[in-house]
Ligand binder design. Structure first.
Ligand SMILES: Nc1nc2c(ncn2[C@@H]2O[C@H](COP(=O)(O)OP(=O)(O)O)[C@@H](O)[C@H]2O)c(=O)[nH]1
Ligand SMILES: [Mg+2]
Length: 364
């Protein structure tokens, strides 16, 4: 079962967001978009929980997402496939040379050395003890170990708070703003009202980018002038969300790693401010990582993890990289569940990360 968004309403009752349908400009004064109207058909109004069996439509949607997710892994799979197929072809006994070759292969798919060592540890131990180990057994063990690393508990999304406050954190260019917009679109599709906070106040262009997405997807953006105190924007944003009764607040943060600017202090402050306006906020801090950067993602996770509590990950740009193995590394090293993966630049290009599908796609 894919871990995906909760639904506020089982089915949307009207309207798809369009650029024309949303009012541009002066977003701060904008009245919030109304709650989805009470549906006429009671069956559609039933709020669903995770345990409710999916409808045929939902099942079809899941299949589509699954396919999209698998397609996004194509490059990583291609990098691994040939080598793995060759290695796993004959079910012979594993020896030291085999393990070394496998180790190298896994590293080329950007699974970090520490993680590869951990993955191969049970097999190594067997060899050391002189126990026979067949290729098929090793393959099974490898899959199980990867799954164990990836299959971390993922709380429902959006978090069950009102309003639910979600921070998007990460260095410049990883895809925070784009991903926030994708998440907003999916949330709206599922009946949630959404408000975004432009707390990356560094460049006017960053604020404009979010506003443009807001117009396209149909969500309000709380913003201040370029250079404004991000903590103040968060404050204003959350107050507005409370006043309007918005379901989910998505906070876009700055990612500039610059010597003159203490990004981490600013982040900590934003988190503190959020907690003062909405109890327990932020309810989820999502670290956004660009999968194409490979091992660099590890140092980013370390850096941000030292400053604020991180709850989950989103890996972007999986569509263009053979470095998908980084998913295993970050999940292993930081024990953070991967919520979603980004698979392109459009608002639909987001898929849930499904550990089983991932392992199956990489190691058929
Ligand atoms: N191919 C691809 N491009 C992406 C994805 N996510 C974001 N991008 C692109 O990455 C660039 C930086 O994204 P942006 O959201 O501005 O990053 P930010 O600085 O972290 O806010 C933009 O050109 C996005 O279109 C993705 O999943 N796939
Ligand atoms: Mg941005």
């Amino acid at each position: 079962m894919l871990k995906w968004f909760r639904r506020k309403f089982k089915k949307k009752t009207e309207e798809t967001p369009s650029a024309e349908g949303t009012s541009p400009e002066t977003p701060v004064q904008e009245t919030s978009s109304p709650e989805p109207p009470p549906p006429e058909t009671p069956s559609l109004a039933t709020p669903v929980t995770e345990s409710v069996a999916p409808s045929a439509e939902e099942a079809a949607e899941e299949k589509k997402l699954w396919d999209r997710f698998k397609k996004g892994l194509t490059k990583t799979r291609e990098r691994l496939r040939e080598g793995l197929a060759e290695l796993f072809e004959v079910d012979r006994l594993v020896d030291q040379a085999f393990l070394e070759e496998l180790e190298e292969l896994l590293i080329t798919a950007d699974i970090g050395i520490e993680t590869v060592n951990r993955l191969l540890e049970p097999s190594r131990r067997k060899l050391l003890l002189g126990e026979p180990l067949k290729v098929s057994e090793l393959k099974r063990s490898l899959r199980e170990e990867i799954l164990r690393m990836l299959d971390l508990p993922t709380p429902p999304f959006p978090p069950e708070a009102s309003p639910a406050v979600v921070f998007f954190i990460g260095v410049n260019g990883v895809g925070k703003t784009t991903t926030l917009a994708k998440v907003a679109w999916h949330l709206k599709e599922r009946g949630f009202s959404v408000l975004a906070v432009a707390a990356d106040t560094f460049r006017a262009a960053a604020i404009e980018q979010l506003v443009t997405w807001g117009e396209r997807v149909g969500f309000e953006v709380i913003r201040q002038a370029q250079g404004a105190d991000p903590g103040a924007v968060v404050y204003q944003g959350l107050e507005a969300a409370k006043a309007r009764g918005v379901d989910v607040v998505l906070v876009d943060t700055a990612g500039r790693l610059h010597t003159k600017y203490n990004l981490m202090e600013e982040l900590k402050k934003m988190v503190r401010v959020a907690g003062k306006v909405v109890p327990e906020a932020p309810h989820e801090n999502i670290l956004v990582l660009d999968a194409t950067t490979g091992q660099n993602a590890v140092s980013q996770a370390k850096l941000f993890g030292q400053a604020v509590r991180l709850d989950s990950l989103i890996l972007t740009k999986m569509d263009g990289t053979a470095k998908g193995g980084i998913a295993i590394t970050v999940a292993h090293l930081f024990r953070l569940p991967i919520r979603f993966v980004g698979l392109g630049e459009k608002m639909e290009d987001l898929a849930p990360f499904e550990p089983r599908a991932f392992v199956q796609a990489l190691m058929p």
